[in-house]
Design a protein. Structure first.
Length: 185
């Protein structure tokens, strides 16, 4: 008995599309001058240990890193610490520099973050004691070099690790539209 894969058949529309894309697009990727990436190391985060699970996004050409958690030294022999610091990475004359962006209302991390043209939308998250339903927007004001925080309606259920709780959402239509409009604008 001969094995025939339905995926690798020439009659499969997906296989035909992939082959056509390779023929049409492939040569442009192979050209030496078609793609040029200039990688450079960014400065380390001001917290020398770094943080896991911060809210991260870009607004007005500034990288915003807020909250998160890490372990104090000795790293695996200590309790996890939650942070409320906000750091802003922006371009300077001779590279990139970190600025102090202020503080969040509480130490928090492991929520979801979405960069929008209005700012970085921060959704949910948790600390060592509880999980939060909170939603807020962080915007970078280049004139004052400050982060502005705007509170939004809370989630109907808690969210952590970039996912919602087990219950289905019970959003009122106007709230759902407001959140979707903000993200999709």
């Amino acid at each position: 008995m001969k094995f025939r894969s339905p995926v690798l058949r020439w009659g499969n529309p997906m296989m035909m599309m992939v082959c056509c894309m390779m023929v049409v697009i492939g040569p442009s990727f192979a050209a030496e001058d078609s793609i040029h990436l200039d990688w450079q190391r960014l400065p380390d985060l001001p917290d020398e240990l770094g943080v896991a699970g911060p809210f991260v996004g870009v607004h007005r050409d500034a990288l915003i890193v807020a909250g998160g958690a890490n372990f104090a030294r000795p790293i695996w022999d200590s309790e996890k610490r939650w942070h409320d610091s906000i750091y802003v990475l922006r371009k300077a004359d001779d590279g990139y520099v970190w600025s102090d962006g202020g503080k969040l209302p509480r130490p928090i991390g492991y929520g979801a973050a979405v960069s929008t043209r209005d700012g970085v939308l921060c959704i949910g998250g948790n600390d060592s004691q509880q999980t939060f339903r909170e939603v807020f927007l962080l915007t970078w004001d280049p004139a004052s070099e400050q982060i502005v925080r705007t509170q939004y309606p809370s989630l109907p259920s808690v969210a952590r690790h970039r996912q919602r709780g087990n219950r289905p959402p019970q959003l009122a239509p106007e709230r759902h539209t407001l959140l979707a409009d903000l993200i999709l604008r």
